[in-house]
Design a protein around this ligand. Structure first.
Ligand SMILES: Cc1cc2nc3c(=O)[nH]c(=O)nc-3n(C[C@H](O)[C@H](O)[C@H](O)COP(=O)(O)OP(=O)(O)OC[C@H]3O[C@@H](n4cnc5c(N)ncnc54)[C@H](O)[C@@H]3O)c2cc1C
Ligand code: FES
Ligand code: FES
Length: 471
């Protein structure tokens, strides 16, 4: 058992006896007084608190941007943390220099976060184009400079090479194994490495918080200044971090991040990939996991409608049992699921596309990036000789749970996907669903949009529409 959290901060090894549920932002600003990392929204939205988080693997350290306001100290044990102060060595980091030379900052509040995001991009994507730059900045809000000069500065640096992140040596980081258990200041943080150990902890410590990336749980922690006296982290469980590909399926452990899912799903389901790129921001996708998105059981989560339409099965595991079920059977009622207190979601199996299968998913939100869905509709059909042989249609934001709509599927099966079929499908959607009104959209708006997506799907498949912002 460790009595401190060990990690590298800007290349220097740290051994810090702080409560593991302290946010990284709080510690950075009040401990070592690294105040370049700012607090704006304190809920993962604005990017002012962005830091780089590095993990050793395959002979290198791979860094990604993350929001320190919703990330806890326990989560950085065994990892490398780089703040904006750490980017500058003898000279400015190339992103810092380009931002300064280009007049890309006015009040400067957002600037450290923007520098961090672009430094992460420059280190990871040697071929970054404008789409990649916009993607990297989607989680960073600048209120006064405007993005043109920021993007111009980014263009000068990304793709140029030579913009490595200053951090520890790979071997030094690799040698810093995450502790199985950290106990400091009355709080305990468990980091099992094997599924069996995770399941035993889950059985024996029913009161502990089950934490994956923390992009849902961390918001509540930061907002309500709660205490997590005992946490079980899934972030290092080997089986939950695994990705497998068979001739028929893609299998993801529940602790695989959305950024990792994106890379594997894109060749098979480009429309799903577009949805994932709109999922929060790089910072959120690099921490947030596919299992956490299901486990949180939000009626407006983006993963479930797409995954239900794709016919995904999930595996639930406890120390005595394993069971699989179609994802749509997992959700019972508002935030209520099939999962028992001693279970975890272990894995998610996505079937590869069948011959003749077409899949589209549409996220309707007020902003294109970094926004929660008002409605998310996913359509999957298999056609043979121009006739729809099977269909799966699911929605988020239209009920207390992510919802499959069999009536709308029946309206398409046995028909060619023409205007009449799309109209019948739209009518079935309107009849089957009764959404609520909230500040994101009225029930009437939601019904109209959801039903119209049937026609949008038809037009997309017939080539009448183009994806407006296909990134
Ligand atoms: C700024 C911001 C933007 C966001 N944008 C989007 C968006 O566009 N679309 C969207 O859908 N969501 C969005 N989210 C929500 C969140 O990022 C996702 O739901 C994410 O997938 C959660 O994963 P996580 O690993 O961070 O979960 P955590 O916060 O760690 O956990 C979430 C819940 O799942 C449970 N859980 C985690 N792992 C397991 C497991 N293996 N088995 C059982 N239960 C488990 C936890 O106990 C907890 O109840 C956003 C969040 C923020 C802060
Ligand atoms: S302070 Fe806004 S994202 Fe963290
Ligand atoms: S420079 Fe003021 S918010 Fe970006």
């Amino acid at each position: 058992m460790a009595n401190s959290i060990r990690f590298f901060l800007n290349g220097q090894k740290q051994d810090v006896a702080v409560r593991p549920d302290t946010t990284v932002l709080e510690w950075l600003r009040s401990g070592p007084r690294l105040t370049g990392t700012k607090e704006g929204c304190a809920e993962g939205d604005c990017g002012a608190c962005s830091v780089l988080l590095g993990d050793a693997g395959d002979g290198e350290i791979r860094y990604h941007a993350a929001n320190s306001c919703i990330m806890t100290m326990g989560q950085i044990d065994g990892r490398a943390l780089v703040t904006v102060e750490g980017l500058k060595g003898e000279t400015l980091h190339p992103v810092q220099a380009a931002m300064a030379e280009n007049g890309s900052s006015q009040c400067g509040f957002c600037t450290p976060g923007i520098v961090i995001s672009l430094a992460g991009l420059a280190a990871n994507d040697a071929a970054a184009d404008d789409h990649a730059i916009h993607d990297a900045l989607a989680g960073n809000l600048c209120r006064c400079t405007g993005y043109r000069p920021i993007v111009e500065a980014a263009r000068k640096v990304v793709g140029e090479g030579g913009a490595a992140i200053p951090g520890p040596a790979v071997a030094a980081l690799a040698a810093l194994e995450p502790a199985a258990e950290i106990a400091t200041s009355g709080a305990v943080f468990h980091q099992p490495q094997m599924l069996d150990d995770l399941l035993k902890l889950r059985r024996d410590r029913p009161g502990a918080v089950l934490l994956a990336g923390g992009t849902d749980l961390g918001v509540a922690l930061a907002d309500f200044h709660g205490d997590w006296n005992e946490v079980i982290s899934t972030a290092h469980v080997r089986e939950l971090r695994s990705i497998e590909e068979t001739p028929t399926h893609l299998g993801f452990g529940a602790a695989v991040t959305w950024e990792e899912v994106l890379a594997r799903v894109a060749p098979f389901y480009p429309s799903f990939a577009t949805l994932i790129r709109r999922f929060g921001s790089t910072q959120i996708r690099s921490m947030g996991t596919i299992g956490g998105n299901i486990g949180t059981a939000s009626p407006i989560g983006d993963g479930p409608p797409a995954l239900i339409a794709l016919g995904v099965e999930i595996e639930l595991a406890s120390s005595g049992d394993r069971r699989t079920m179609p994802l749509e059977d997992f959700f019972l009622d508002y935030r209520k699921t099939e999962m028992k207190p001693d279970e975890v979601i272990a894995s998610i199996r996505i079937p590869k596309p069948a011959v003749g299968q077409e899949f589209r998913v549409y996220k309707i939100s007020k902003r294109y990036d970094q926004d929660i869905s008002t409605v998310c509709g996913a359509f999957s059909i298999v056609r043979e000789g121009g006739i729809v042989r099977s269909a799966r249609i699911a929605f988020g934001g239209m009920a207390a749970i992510p919802k499959r709509v069999p009536e709308a599927e029946t309206a398409l099966v046995g028909k060619s996907l023409d205007e009449d079929a799309a109209r019948a499908c739209a009518a079935a959607i309107r009849n089957a669903l009764s959404p609520l009104s909230d500040w994101r959209g009225s029930a009437q708006y939601r019904l109209t949009v959801a039903a119209n997506l049937a026609e949008r799907f038809r037009r997309d498949l017939s080539g009448e529409t183009v994806e407006v912002m296909a990134l």
